[in-house]
Design a protein around this ligand. Structure first.
Ligand SMILES: Nc1ncnc2c1ncn2[C@@H]1O[C@H](COP(=O)(O)OP(=O)(O)OP(=O)(O)O)[C@@H](O)[C@H]1O
Length: 310
């Protein structure tokens, strides 16, 4: 069985005036949550549309569940559930009725899947309420329910938290985590807001102006965004001795300019300042530093506005 749910090779899409995708080679491993990050117009929706068979590439290829031939791709797409832009809902129908229409349209046998899916997204109590009267969060959950009908192995969500308030964003995040944990589903989620993916994605792909700039795991990203205490004192070697002997710190660096980067005690910095002070050192600078995910993303795509305010 193939290790990858989705692979694209040098995928390119050229519109009349725009190169929407420029030789994108992307890998989504089975069982991962892939955060697909890029600003508006970066090319995320174009890639998702091609994967779903809603647009055709100008060149390059895609592989879904190990299949590359056109005929096999049609069958492979049945194993995908997607929400692209706003979910297609019938406003005058209840959640249950909406699901029933989609079930019939997609030829999914057996009505049992409707209750199961409503329960999965927490809409079993929505009762007679019509979709037009749903909150945005409920609409998004109903959209997810539609995507989840037929037990897809791969869920693709294009900006699923668009317009949601922080509570709604958190709700969706918790729901997706549970779905991933309990059902082992592979998820690709596109967004231009990196913080929404924090604590959710296991892998990241950064796309900018149609080019895939980087793919990395959550662990690699965290390492790049490592937090540390920036310390400047009147005597760096004395301070290093204090860190070593008093605090038994093992992870710090004395920089050529005499400042110290201490990668431990970031959330317990009082201990450090007290030890330095007691040793008679004069503390000139003392602050937590490091990139957060948002500024790392900004620095990768060269967005000066974010980089300078870091
Ligand atoms: N049907 C189309 N015809 C012409 N140009 C298009 C078409 N669809 C997308 N584009 C262009 O391709 C580029 C990538 O657009 P795309 O919608 O894929 O970006 P995105 O990352 O999904 O952004 P957003 O978050 O705004 O949807 C943009 O420059 C866009 O204007």
């Amino acid at each position: 069985m193939t290790e990858f749910v989705l692979r694209t090779t040098e995928l390119t899409k050229i519109y009349k005036h725009d190169v929407a995708l420029d030789k994108v080679t992307l890998r989504v491993k089975k069982g991962t949550i892939y955060g697909f990050i890029g600003q508006n117009g970066a090319g995320k929706s174009t890639l998702i549309r091609i994967v779903n068979g809603l647009a055709f590439p100008s060149s390059g290829s895609i592989e879904l569940f190990g299949e590359t031939a056109d005929r096999e791709l049609v069958a492979a797409r049945k194993r995908i559930g997607s929400i692209i832009e706003s979910p297609a809902l019938f406003p005058h129908m209840t959640a249950r009725e909406n699901l029933e229409v989609h079930r019939i349209q997609r030829g999914i046998p057996g009505k049992e899947c409707i209750e199961k899916t409503l329960e999965l997204v927490g809409l079993q109590e929505a009762g007679k309420k019509k979709a037009k009267n749903f909150s945005l969060g409920m609409k998004q959950r109903l959209g997810m329910a539609i995507a989840l009908l037929g037990d897809p192995e791969f869920l693709i969500l294009d900006e699923p938290t668009n317009g949601l308030d922080p509570m709604g964003v958190m709700e969706i995040r918790e729901f997706l985590k549970r779905l991933h944990r309990e059902n082992g589903i592979t998820i690709l989620i596109s967004t231009h807001i990196l913080s929404e993916l924090h604590l959710l994605a296991t892998h990241y792909g950064i796309i900018h102006k149609g080019k895939l700039l980087e793919q990395l795991t959550a662990g690699e990203l965290n390492e790049k965004c490592q937090q540390y205490l920036h310390i400047k004192v009147n005597d760096a070697s004395h301070a290093a001795a204090v860190l070593d002997q008093e605090l038994h710190a093992s992870d710090f660096e004395v920089m050529p300019d005499g400042t110290i980067k201490l990668y431990q005690f970031v959330h317990d910095s009082g201990k450090v300042s007290t030890a330095l002070f007691r040793a008679g050192l004069i503390i000139e600078q003392f602050m937590p530093m490091g990139e957060d995910l948002e500024s790392y993303f900004a620095s990768r795509i060269g967005d000066e506005r974010y980089v300078q305010s870091r």
